[in-house]
Design a protein around this ligand. Structure first.
Ligand SMILES: Nc1ncnc2c1ncn2[C@@H]1O[C@H](COP(=O)(O)OP(=O)(O)O)[C@@H](O)[C@H]1O
Ligand SMILES: [Mg+2]
Length: 252
């Protein structure tokens, strides 16, 4: 395997009964890359992420994450990844600081580095002043940064972010993306899903997913060029409409 790749996916498929949620997709993600998943609701993005996090078994195909097989080396994979799910898991009866302490414990961060790590993260995410607050009292943008913090406390090589900024105001989204770019610049690989075009535009590469199929994979500029569209939003809509037409033609 090429050492420059963090994630290598080959013919990955997930079926739920007779329904195919993810259909034979293949792609590679380089170390430090920000890789975007773009696709309508129900396209199969979360299902793919859950397979790559070794939470869900593939029906067929394979993938390695940080060099480990998602089917056979689940524990090795889990140690090296951070996962911020769509319904991220914060404990509402614990303060910001206690939530971080809890995750530091779960990830067995050595006690002698725990305090420093926590302070660094609070600083990076500008949450120092909120550390005694309960999550329920926090605006969504800040809650999201806390969830990110909990997901990266163990300095994972790869971070999966599933719609991390849904419902968050533009200033908070900008701050969140500045953190993401900082992580990528220091070598962390990021796989992120988003419906916001300004965010997806900041990815190094994007894969467009529709009905479980990977229908395009390129840089934002490459996708715009391929679709012969004026911007990413138009390209996205044009490519999806084209797929819908094909699907209906096949059904008629
Ligand atoms: N556990 C499950 N059982 C049955 N169907 C599922 C399950 N999880 C997801 N699906 C279906 O798989 C498809 C893809 O879902 P998902 O990966 O969540 O899409 P996305 O994240 O792109 O919105 C959807 O049609 C969804 O209803
Ligand atoms: Mg989803």
């Amino acid at each position: 395997m090429n050492d420059n790749y963090s994630i290598v996916v080959k013919d990955l498929t997930k079926k739920f009964g007779s329904f195919t949620a993810v259909n034979n997709i293949s792609f590679d993600i380089e170390k430090g890359e920000i890789f975007g998943f773009l696709g309508p609701n129900g396209a199969g993005k979360t299902t793919t992420i859950r397979m790559l996090c070794s939470i869900l078994d593939p029906s067929s195909g394979s993938a390695t994450v940080a060099g480990f097989d998602i089917s056979k080396q689940s524990e090795e994979v889990k140690k090296r990844i951070g996962y911020m799910s769509q319904k991220f898991s914060l404990y509402n009866d614990l303060t910001v600081e206690e939530n971080i302490d809890l995750y530091a414990g779960l990830y067995q961060i050595p006690l002698n580095v725990r305090q420093k790590r926590k302070e660094d993260l609070l600083k990076m995410t500008e949450l120092e002043e909120r550390k005694k607050d309960l999550p329920l009292a926090l605006p969504p943008g800040i809650k999201q940064r806390l969830a990110l913090e909990c997901a990266i406390i163990h300095k994972p090589e790869i971070v999966f972010l599933d719609e991390p900024t849904a419902g968050v105001d533009p200033i908070s989204r900008r701050k969140f993306w500045d953190i993401i770019k900082g992580l990528s610049a220091s070598g962390t690989t990021i796989l992120v899903t988003s419906h916001y075009m300004d965010e997806v535009n900041q990815c190094d590469r994007i894969s467009l997913i529709y009905d479980g199929n990977l229908i395009a994979l390129d840089s934002p500029e490459g996708i715009i060029k391929m679709a012969q569209s004026k911007d990413l939003e138009d390209a996205f809509i044009d490519l999806i409409l084209k797929e819908e037409k094909k699907k209906h033609a096949a059904q008629d």
